[in-house]
Ligand binder design. Structure first.
Ligand code: RFL
Length: 390
């Protein structure tokens, strides 16, 4: 097999890149290690920045997103037993939209299949040869060992992927912060409560109440990073959520059948070596943020936009400037996003050895964001995300 761009990974980064290249007339093959069913069932992000929404619509895959996406009116954060509402809309009309990552992935897969473009499931990339000159991806598919020759490799294979290992000395330019806590997440057949949304900072730990649809809720509890989540009964989870969201109003979350329960460790990770020769990393393969800021998928879209435009210029023969500076351009946005995601995480979670002093510092930060003009602007801009440079 031969193509112009070999894309490793059919998450949002790889699939969107495939779609953007298709619209630019550039051939690509997408290789995905997991099965089609597994990829479609994977539940993750839900909060999209305006730039992500606009990108998906501009690429012709925004029909369902436009119909089903839920625009955020404002954002609630509770602390010290009180509810505070934050405006998350700017003068340009930028807002946040909830639309599940699984839905974006479904829209992209179905479109790629309808257009008869190559997307191979259960096809894990094993290793890549000649990343400096003429890359050859070795992968397995249907029990056979196969190869894909390409002009470029896009490593969109997530945090645990193989592409990063093909960048020499990548570990020397890698930064990692591991948090002592994680998120116990539930997907529940429970209509999101109109009055209980957003974040809760409680001395018992952090909690999140978000919506996947008008009938399905996605909620999280801060727990130990090694928590045995099976010891949490459904009732214990709902009780704990109610305790953390307590604000004196008497409202209680709508309860319902828990469809799925998972544990997400929290970490921040940046591999600054995002490119080498003809291989480029995008999305979680190069950077992870703790999910508090809801920025991971949005950052992946930022990378993919730069990469697609860089590849367009290369194949059109109009210069290699963008590809040459790919990592540098992406990292400006990435570090700003990591900074905000970590600040938000530190401010909202209760650390295992947290002191009363630390708690007062968290309240001071939250009050600054809620009650001063400068703080409100900072919070709103950071939540809405940086505009894309490319
Ligand atoms: P993905 O989604 O991990 O996809 C990588 C794909 O590569 C495949 N793969 C391989 N394929 C072929 N060969 C190999 N050797 C391969 N190795 C791996 C994998 O099977 C997979 O299909 O990375 P991508 O595309 O970069 O997308 C990143 C996003 O998934 C991620 O950043 C977000 O989910 C983060 N995130 C959120 N981001 C947001 O923008 N808004 C949110 O509201 C939001 N909420 C969240 C989140 C992440 C969470 N977790 C998982 C901690 C909430 C949570 C709880």
């Amino acid at each position: 097999m031969r193509t112009q761009v070999g894309i490793v990974g059919a998450g949002p980064a790889g699939l969107l890149l495939g779609r953007m290249l298709q619209n630019l007339g550039i051939d690509a093959v997408v290789l995905e290690s997991r099965s089609r069913d597994y990829v479609l069932a994977r539940i993750r992000a839900g909060v999209l920045e305006q730039g992500t929404v606009d990108t998906l619509i501009a690429q012709g895959i925004g029909d369902r997103l436009r119909r089903q996406g839920m625009v955020h009116e404002n954002m609630q954060i509770r602390w010290a037993g009180r509810r505070n509402d934050f405006t998350v809309e700017d003068e340009k009309g930028r807002r946040l939209t909830t639309y599940g990552q699984a839905e974006i992935v479904k829209d992209l897969i179905e479109r790629r299949e309808a257009d008869n473009l190559p997307l191979l499931f259960s096809a894990p990339a094993q290793r890549i040869e000649n990343v400096e000159t003429r890359p050859r991806i070795h992968f397995t598919h249907e029990g056979a060992e196969r190869t894909l020759d390409c002009d470029f490799v896009a490593g969109c294979d997530g945090f645990h992927g193989v592409c990063r290992k093909h960048i020499p000395n990548a570990d020397d330019r890698t930064f990692l912060k591991t948090y002592p806590y994680g998120w116990l997440g539930i997907l529940a057949e429970a209509a999101p409560h109109a009055e209980i949304r957003g974040f809760a900072h409680s001395t018992r730990g952090f909690a999140v109440a978000s919506a996947r649809s008008p009938k399905i809720g996605r909620l999280y509890l801060q727990v130990d990073r090694n928590e045995d989540i099976e010891r949490w009964s459904d009732e214990a989870i709902w009780d704990e959520l109610d305790r953390r969201f307590e604000d004196g109003s008497g409202h209680r979350l709508n309860r319902g059948r828990i469809l799925k329960k998972d544990l997400a460790p929290l970490r921040a990770f940046v591999c600054e070596a995002m490119q080498h020769g003809r291989i480029f990393l995008a999305g979680d393969a190069a950077h992870i943020v703790p999910p508090s800021g809801a920025k991971g998928l949005n950052s992946a879209v930022g990378d993919v936009r730069v990469l697609a435009e860089g590849l367009r210029r290369h194949f059109a023969g109009t210069g290699s400037d963008l590809l040459d500076h790919y990592a540098e351009i992406c990292l400006r946005r990435i570090w700003a996003t990591v900074h905000w995601s970590c600040l938000l995480t530190d401010t909202l979670h209760i650390a295992p050895n947290q002191t009363g002093f630390d708690l007062q510092m968290q309240y001071a930060t939250l009050n600054h964001w809620a009650k001063t003009e400068l703080g409100r602007q900072h919070f709103c801009n950071a939540m809405l995300g940086l505009p894309y440079e490319v």
